[in-house]
Structure formats: structure tokens, C-alpha cells
Design a protein around this ligand. Structure first.
Ligand SMILES: *Cc1c(COP(=O)(O)O)cnc(C)c1O
Length: 369
């Protein structure tokens, strides 16, 4: 039986053509052409002033936090349930991630828990739009303003998500995206740093060039210790091709979510990503996710084994980061600790068929009975 992947890039002839062109011709004077096109198209899509393509989202986050001056002894507030990539750059800079609880419905940071976590060392809040679900940005921005903190949006999973008319990633001081092969759009590996703040953009631009300032004509002159998180022209060629049909990539993810949603809406004791009734919130639905009710005796490994038997990929919900050996446990994060073992992500690659979606749903229903 052919495998039902949980994610897989959606690559057309255009991606192949642009990548081939970059490999054949994109050298010398043309070695940045696709990078600039990619950045421009992303900027337009997101409606932001500045965008810089990077080799990863992790790198974009590392440079952005560094440019904000986050360093030794600082604290950065972030939701406990997350992929490690959102928190690791805090640690790279010698700062400490402060893990707080999530909301029960969006699985994103609980704004009502932020203020009690703020100390004189707090510098920033990282709002991660988990699985494409949206953080409560109004509440987060208001708290940040009151306490003079930066807000960073990790929108790696949220291309296609729109908060009150603004695209996810365009609201905070800066936003970051990932184009890893599992994401809604891909460059293989890759990321994007976006901001509306010219000063911040300039700083990150210098950091990403090993500390070289483009305004200084002196060759090979570094004015600070920087980084090197550049994307290649060949990867950017694939990214630019993906941007020419980004709406198709996003819409298909939504379609897949709604197919699952209609199959599960009458199934008791399971719930999915929020399905907003207001059009103020639009979700990108990178990962259609199922949460099994707490009263069920749910055995995640058993269900995943059932999936594996018929060659279906499924993935477990992210762990609370505070459970990992490098961090201290936070027993107070009750929602995070209660929910993570009850969640799985469902296969949602663009070319999945209705029959395959039905098959996935059938396994779950069979498991529940
Ligand atoms: C994928 C992902 C990242 C990391 O992206 P890379 O491009 O692999 O560095 C960061 N944050 C979130 C929320 C992600 O899903």
C-alpha cells in the first residue's frame, strides 16, 4: 500500500525550472537574483516593509534576538508546548526561556499567564502560532507595551494565517518563517526574517554578513562578530517559484483541514484545531491536529502503531519544552502537561486524496470504538 505521508513538499515544473536556471546561470553578477525576487514576493505577500531570506528559521530567530540586544541574564517568555527551535536561540545568546502555559483551544501562549512571569530581567515575548493556530496578539501586544517588552512572532507554521486583517508574522517587532521540507511552502531548508523596522532590518543585515556593513565600502571589514545564515540562490529559486502559487499551497492546507473537520465533527471525544466562526481570524492549518478528550484512556503509541500497520504517517504533538532534560520542570503548566500526550498530527500533504483522508479518519474511529 502506498504510504500516506504526514507532509511532503508540493513541487511543480516551475520550481524545477527556476532551480535549474539558478544552477545553470545564477552565478557571478546573478548570484542574488532569485534571493531578491524571493524576498520581494514574500514581502508583498505578507505586507511588510523588509524581508531577509535565511538558511533556516532558527537562524532568522537567532539573528533577530541578537539584534534586539537579548543577551546574558535576560529572560524571554515563551509557551511551554513548542518545537525546540523556537527556544534554542534564546539559549544560544545566554538568555533564559521562561516557559508558561498554553490555552486549551488554540494551544498557543496563555496571555493571562504572561504578566505574572515578568521580572526585571524580561526582555521579550515570543508568540508562536502553533500549527498555524493564532496567538491572541491584541492581548500580547498590550502586555508588551505596558511592560516595554519586545514581541517576536514565530510564524514558521503560520503562513496563511491572518489575525484581524494582518498576516501572522507581520504584527510584532519581527517575525520568522521556516521553509523546511515539512512546512506549507518549502525551499528544502530555509527561513525568512521579516520586520517593519528599518533599524532592526539593517542590524540583522549586518549580522547576517559576518558583521560587514553594506554602507561601508571597505572590503572584508567586519565591524562586529556576526553570523552567516544566508540562503543560496538555488534554494531561493525554489522559494520564489513556491511564492508564485502560494495561495494554492495555503488553500489546499485549509481544504484538507476542513475535510478532516467534517469527518470528525460528529465523532465524540475528539477535537481539532479551532474552526473560527468570525472572519477576523483565518487559520493556515499547517497541521490538522486531533486532541483526544482527557477522560478517554488514550494510548497514543497504540494509535500510532495502528497507523503504521497500514503505512500511514502520524506525528505526536510537541512536548512541553520544560520536560526536556536541559530545562527545569514547570509543574504549574497544567494545560501543557495535560494535553501533549493526547494529541496527534494528521497527514496533510498537498496531494493527499479524499480517500486517503477518509482512511485516516476511519482508523481513528475504529480505534475509538
Ligand atoms: C519548523 C519550525 C522552526 C524551525 O525552522 P527551521 O527552518 O528548521 O530552523 C521554528 N519554529 C517553529 C514553530 C517551527 O515549526
Amino acid at each position: 500500500m502506498s504510504k500516506i505521508y504526514y507532509t511532503k513538499p508540493y513541487i511543480t515544473q516551475l520550481e524545477v525550472d527556476y532551480a535549474t536556471d539558478a544552477a545553470l546561470n545564477g552565478w557571478g553578477d546573478k548570484c542574488y537574483d532569485y534571493i531578491y525576487k524571493f524576498e520581494d514576493s514574500f514581502k508583498k505577500h505578507l505586507n511588510v516593509s523588509y524581508a531577509m531570506a535565511t538558511s533556516s528559521c532558527t537562524g532568522a530567530m537567532h539573528m533577530g534576538l541578537s539584534a534586539l540586544g537579548i543577551s546574558h541574564g535576560d529572560e524571554v517568555i515563551i509557551a511551554d508546548i513548542n518545537w525546540i527551535a523556537s527556544a534554542a536561540p534564546i539559549v544560544y545568546l545566554g538568555a533564559t526561556p521562561i516557559f508558561i502555559d498554553i490555552l486549551n483551544d488554540t494551544w498557543c501562549i496563555d496571555p493571562s499567564k504572561i504578566e505574572q512571569a515578568i521580572t526585571p530581567k524580561t526582555k521579550a515575548i515570543i508568540a508562536v502560532h502553533l500549527y498555524g493556530n493564532l496567538c491572541d496578539m491584541d492581548a500580547i501586544m498590550a502586555i508588551a507595551k505596558k511592560h516595554n517588552l519586545y514581541v517576536i512572532e514565530d510564524a514558521a507554521e503560520a503562513i496563511g494565517s491572518i489575525y484581524k486583517g494582518k498576516k501572522a508574522g507581520s504584527i510584532g517587532d519581527f517575525g520568522v518563517f521556516s521553509f523546511h521540507g515539512t512546512k506549507t511552502m518549502t525551499t528544502g531548508e530555509g527561513g525568512m526574517f521579516v520586520t517593519n523596522n528599518l533599524e532592526l532590518y539593517k542590524k540583522v543585515n549586518i549580522l547576517n554578513s559576518h558583521g560587514r556593513n553594506p554602507e561601508n565600502p571597505k572590503q572584508f571589514w567586519a565591524e562586529t562578530i556576526g553570523f552567516k545564515y544566508k540562503i543560496s540562490n538555488i534554494q531561493a529559486a525554489i522559494g520564489y517559484a513556491q511564492m508564485t502559487h502560494i495561495d494554492e499551497l495555503i488553500n489546499r492546507k485549509r481544504e484538507i483541514y476542513f475535510k478532516y473537520f467534517s469527518l470528525f465533527k460528529n465523532v465524540e471525544k475528539v477535537s481539532m484545531n479551532p474552526n473560527p466562526t468570525s472572519n477576523e481570524l483565518v487559520y493556515g492549518y499547517w497541521m490538522p491536529t486531533l486532541i483526544f478528550d482527557a477522560e478517554l484512556e488514550f494510548d497514543r503509541d497504540l494509535l500510532i502503531d495502528k497507523f503504521k500497520e497500514i503505512n500511514v504517517d502520524a506525528r505526536v504533538f510537541f512536548y512541553p519544552l520544560s520536560m526536556l532534560p536541559m530545562f527545569d520542570e514547570v509543574r504549574n503548566n497544567k494545560v501543557s502537561l495535560n494535553i501533549y500526550a493526547r494529541g496527534i498530527n494528521l497527514p496533510s500533504y498537498h496531494e493527499i486524496s479524499d480517500g486517503q483522508i477518509k482512511k485516516v479518519a476511519d482508523i481513528v474511529v475504529e480505534y475509538l470504538s
